[in-house]
Write a protein that binds this ligand. Structure first.
Ligand SMILES: Nc1ncnc2c1ncn2[C@@H]1O[C@H](COP(=O)(O)OP(=O)(O)OP(=O)(O)O)[C@@H](O)[C@H]1O
Ligand SMILES: [Mg+2]
Length: 506
């Protein structure tokens, strides 16, 4: 039970519309001092818009915001920050070439009596702040030497030193591995001790149960309710988020594809190096197989995907696709062999923000659906509507610019692009990142259907549960090498963790 603490933030009746989208329809959010408050809901429910209104990035159409007892109307993030509200961005906008200390005190450095920056004092203060959070790092190093997780922790520590009262994490953990998430959780516990509140948005519900006291649920812009986490089990929480009974989602399991016993390999790597991370990778992928790649961040999984997709060149070793030796020079070579990649970094690698959803999704099949240079719009609409329906992509229509979709819905579009290209091999790099629980199951069901149609899937995921549910076989990657393999009967979360850590102990 959470004891009643003083109210820090009270957002009441918040409304916000965009053209064709009623994003928030009277939403309340009440956060108490020092509590970790989860904000949950499906993709497109309105979580990020609510946060953007709170931090002054968007203006509300109606409703009131009271922060620390005063009615507030922030018109810019700087104002919200000055009042003590600090968002921690997932994609950090740090100046990567500057040192850690410089980043922490940008524009705010300690000056000496001549008005010059006193680097010794600035560095010392930066070090002191980080040590308070048990972060023992050399603050004179460039910030780019830190992992994304560490950069986030530095940002949090800095925020706290500036009299922050409320920290906002909108999917801050989505690109972190288990170990990094654990460190972030430690930092959040320290914030709690300092009576700093956190609004915590995540699609990994385990995290809600690990760290949050209360949870506010939104659905399609409606306020569903605010609950004590201890009194709402996972099934009940998901049911509130999706507005129906969630048993089918929670009990989802892959059916084993017995044909695999006799299946033949469609693609194989033999002792492949890429002159970079990969140090002699060998494995074979069978027709209709879902093959999981497990390993820590930086183990080489994404590099393997790059080689398979012709994004990285093979330096030594051999790649065979459909019984012929291949040397891909560009992505087009892989596409010609019907290999498709849905990349991990969708913002950087996959999205064309100023193009519509339909053009983003169908771009790789435009030739196929065009005649004499004209796109067959009817065919295009059929395809795109099928995927909007199947993946529940939330949008007023298919002509909406993709940049106006919520994060998770953009991700669904990238998956749809891969699927509609009719691949023989599809590589999914973190396919469910940022995707809500219901849509996750839809994607997992789709993966299963693909395998049934004899399409081969390479799945990279740091969510072990997903590897267990979806894969016929899992190979363990460590420092650019395949160091273990688990057959269908052997795949469990424990066995994967064991094999990854065993590999590290060697
Ligand atoms: N600038 C904008 N113009 C038009 N529509 C927008 C804009 N920003 C957000 N929306 C729409 O508002 C709705 C809520 O989006 P929001 O980003 O808050 O969802 P979310 O709950 O954060 O979802 P996710 O879990 O996918 O991040 C969505 O339908 C989205 O497409
Ligand atoms: Mg969002």
């Amino acid at each position: 039970m959470s004891e009643e603490k003083a109210i820090l933030l009270e957002m009441k009746g918040i409304c916000k519309s965009f053209i064709g989208v009623n994003a928030l329809k009277g939403v309340d959010l009440v956060v108490r001092e020092g509590e970790v408050h989860a904000l949950e809901g499906e993709n497109g429910a309105g979580k990020s818009v609510l946060i953007k209104i709170l931090t002054g990035l968007y203006q509300r159409d109606a409703g009131s915001i009271v922060f620390m007892g005063k009615e507030v109307n922030f018109t810019s993030p700087a104002q919200a920050q000055a009042a003590g509200i600090q968002p921690i961005y997932q994609e950090l906008s740090t100046a990567s070439y500057l040192s850690i200390a410089e980043n922490m005190f940008l524009g705010n450095e300690i000056k000496n009596k001549f008005g010059l920056i006193d680097w010794k004092a600035t560095n010392k203060k930066a070090g002191d702040i980080l040590r308070e959070f048990k972060l023992d790092i050399d603050v004179t190093q460039p910030i780019s030497t830190l992992s994304a997780a560490m950069q986030q922790m530095v940002a949090i520590a800095t925020a706290v030193s500036q009299e922050t009262k409320l920290v906002i994490m909108d999917e801050a953990t989505s690109s972190l591995d288990d170990k990094e998430v654990a460190s972030l959780m430690d930092i959040i516990r320290q914030l709690k001790k300092k009576n700093i509140a956190v609004i915590f948005i995540t699609h990994r519900l385990n995290e809600v149960y690990e760290i949050c006291e209360r949870v506010t649920v939104l659905k399609d812009g409606d306020f569903i309710g605010c609950y004590d986490v201890a009194e709402l089990d996972k099934l009940a929480l998901i049911s509130k988020m999706i507005g129906r009974d969630a048993s089918s989602i929670v009990n989802f399991r892959k059916e084993y594809n017995a044909q695999l016993e006799t299946g033949r390999p469609i693609c194989a790597l033999k002792n492949v190096t890429d002159g970079n991370k990969l140090k002699g990778v060998s494995f074979a992928l069978k027709e209709g197989e879902v093959l999981g790649l497990a390993g820590l961040l930086g183990a080489g999984r994404t590099e393997i995907a790059s080689v398979l997709f012709g994004n990285a060149k093979i330096e030594k070793g051999e790649m065979t696709v459909k019984d012929k030796k291949v040397r891909y020079h560009t992505v087009n070579d892989a596409l010609a062999d019907k290999i498709i990649l849905c990349p991990e970094e969708r913002k950087k690698d996959a999205i064309f923000p100023d193009m519509s959803i339909q053009d983003n999704v169908t771009m790789s099949i435009l030739k196929k659906i065009s005649k004499w240079g004209f796109i067959n719009r009817k065919k295009q609409a059929e395809i795109i509507n099928e995927y909007i329906g199947r993946l529940k992509i939330k949008t007023p229509n298919a002509r909406q610019l993709i940049k106006f979709l919520s994060g998770g819905n953009q991700q669904k579009c990238i998956i749809a692009r891969g699927l509609c290209a009719d691949p023989d091999i599809i590589i999914l790099d973190e396919p469910t990142r940022g995707i809500d629980v219901g849509a996750k199951m839809e994607i997992e069901l789709l993966i299963q259907q693909l395998a049934k149609q004899n399409i081969s899937v390479v799945m990279i995921s740091s969510i072990l549960e997903e590897l267990v549910r979806d894969c016929d076989r899992v190979i363990i990657i460590r420092e650019g090498e395949v160091v273990g393999e688990l057959s269908r009967e052997e795949i469990t979360e424990e066995s994967i963790i064991h094999r990854i850590s065993e590999a590290h102990a060697i």
